[in-house]
Design a protein around this ligand. Sequence first.
Ligand SMILES: Nc1nc2c(c(=O)[nH]1)N[C@H]1C(S)=C(S)[C@@H](COP(=O)(O)O)O[C@H]1N2
Ligand SMILES: [Mo]
Length: 221
Amino acid sequence: MADDSNEPLTSKLTRTKERWAREGRFLTGKISRAEDERLPPGQHLTRDWPVLDLGLTPHVSRERWRLDVYGAVGQPIFWDFAQFTARPQTRSVSDIHCVTTWSRYDNQWEGLAVGDLLMACQPREDARHVVLHSYDGYTTNLTIEDFAAEDALLAHSWSGVPLTAEHGGPVRLVVPHLYFWKSAKWLQAIEFRADDAPGYWEVRGYHNRGDPWAEQRYSAD
Ligand SMILES: Nc1nc2c(c(=O)[nH]1)N[C@H]1C(S)=C(S)[C@@H](COP(=O)(O)O)O[C@H]1N2
Ligand SMILES: [Mo]
């Protein structure tokens, strides 16, 4: 696991991205989506796969990795990697849309569908929000409806091979219908809550929901 230094949390990258949020950088003002449109407004297609994070890569082996699911759930979960992969496995193909304007099509993911996780942890009636906690200290928040999206999954593999550390292995979240900052890398814990709790970028000028089709890049939108 990474050291506990807070230095990366106030890095130059963070300050730059906070400034983009203040300036409304990359906003096009377009709101409509044609039936056949696949690239959201203000995005461009990339064939490579950029790495974006806070400037440090936690190296968590599959042996040491744990997933903790707690809060407003009927069945709290504490799984190791073997227990996690013993659950039914799902494959799905989806597009990535990063708020810094790159998109990448046809990513093949494999892991545990969020729907199957929800069956296992049984969120309580009062569970309305989810906060993802990561091994690098990063957090991000989702409504339970966005988290439960049909194509959302906790992925351990990409293109048939284990997720690399730089892309969030052993396990990352993938929520294809929202900007990719919602897809927490190095997933450590999932907290179910009655109230919302904005995460790392959400308290730094980024939109609370982050729908690429509505160009919800920044919180002032
Ligand atoms: N734990 C963690 N997850 C994270 C981030 C991060 O800094 N830490 N960055 C987010 C952002 S801003 C993006 S665009 C994607 C980048 O994922 P990638 O590096 O695999 O492209 O991860 C998201 N998940
Ligand atoms: Mo991002």
